[in-house]
Design a protein around this ligand. Structure first.
Ligand code: FE2
Length: 365
């Protein structure tokens, strides 16, 4: 029971806190657990948040929050719920609809207080300054990016990730792994983010197999949560790269779960980057437990990609796009979308030839 949630809400001067969640998390009893921890401060539970939330999701949740007289939000869920919460925090504070607030760094004051209890260990959304929301009008995912949408508090309690199905536990962890590796190899990388990213990589490599072996291993679950949060911090500053650009497109075009898409393409992108991030990838290798003694810098860097593939095989993560329902004939057009994705701008090796990206997709097929 996260008793600290009540104290956190009091510290944030909230009197009526609305819980935001999704039907699965509600059914698992986690939203009700959070409600009882909030006690008298709970203003209700809104449990209609779908995967890949759109602007209407935010508008409907905001309307519910207004009717409930909420002055604070508690997101209990994964990235979709937390990103919706970020949108509601802004829309509830400023009025209007979510579409009015899709913007980059325009907020100039603290928004509606927002506490987060993640139920996955992957997105890092509990510490990031971005909300990803689908716009049907624009036909793609759009963003709010602003330091004022970073949640006010995040409570990491491994008991809230216990009921996550095995496949989602693994794919969420590979999302976090991809955040960490891409933060290391980004052109925006810096030594503070490196420290966060390397610790995240170590924790995932050591604890993901333990959680796969025993899903009730509380300490290993907590270590995965800490890794996801560290990786989220790292990429908030350092950004991500081509694996995310390719994964975003696989999500939009093929509806592939984000973490699975990241994991499958990550080793291919690491090899593509090998001569542009050799030292960083060598550090990744060592964080993954590879003994690089006697290897050249390039060999050590390439060993990191091999170690990621080995880890994925060990934990039962898919390693080929054909195994997760992607059609080969969709990959050429996916390459054109990926090259235009903002994440590609930060990749270690410049990405300006869609042919290169199509070749990487085909390698991953
Ligand atoms: Fe991600």
């Amino acid at each position: 029971m996260p008793s600290s949630v009540n104290k956190t809400a009091v510290d944030l001067a909230c009197r009526r806190v609305l819980i935001l969640t999704d039907p699965g998390v509600r059914a698992a009893g986690l939203a009700d657990l959070a409600a009882s921890a909030l006690g008298d401060l709970c203003a209700g539970i809104y449990d209609k948040i779908p995967p890949d939330p759109d602007l209407e999701t935010v508008d409907q949740a905001t309307q519910y929050a207004r009717e409930a007289g909420a002055d604070g939000l508690l997101s209990v869920g994964g990235g979709s719920v937390i990103d919706t919460g970020k949108g509601v925090a802004v829309t509830l504070k400023n009025g209007g609809r979510a579409n009015d607030h899709l913007n980059l760094l325009v907020l100039d004051e603290i928004q509606t207080p927002h506490i987060v209890i993640p139920t996955t260990a992957g997105t890092g959304s509990e510490v990031t300054n971005i909300a990803v929301l689908t716009s049907h009008g624009a036909g793609r995912k759009l963003f709010i990016v602003d330091k004022f949408i970073t949640p006010n508090a995040a409570i990491l309690d491994p008991r809230f990730t216990m009921s996550l199905p095995g496949r989602m536990t693994v794919s969420s962890a590979m999302d976090a792994m991809t955040h960490a590796v891409e933060a290391m190899t980004s052109i925006m990388a810096n030594r503070i983010c490196d420290a966060q990213a390397l610790q995240a990589i170590r924790l995932i490599a050591e604890n993901l197999p333990a959680v796969v072996k025993d899903s009730a291993d509380e300490e290993a679950r907590l270590n995965l949560q800490i890794a996801a949060t560290l990786a989220g911090w790292a990429f908030t500053m350092a950004q991500v790269g081509l694996a995310h650009a390719m994964a975003h497109t696989l999500g939009t075009v093929n509806h592939l779960p984000h973490g699975e898409a990241c994991g499958i393409v990550l080793p291919k992108v690491m090899r593509y980057n090998v001569d542009h991030a050799t030292a960083a990838l060598g550090q990744v290798s060592r964080a993954l437990g590879v003994d690089t003694t006697g290897m050249s810098g390039r060999e050590a860097a390439l060993a990191a990609a091999d170690a990621i593939e080995e880890l994925m095989r060990r934990v039962g993560h898919p390693t080929r796009l054909r195994d997760v329902g992607v059609q080969e004939d969709s990959l050429d057009i996916a390459a054109f979308h990926a090259i235009a994705d903002t994440a590609a701008l930060f990749n270690a090796r410049p990405v300006n030839d869609p042919g290169d990206v199509a070749a990487l997709y085909k390698e991953a097929y």
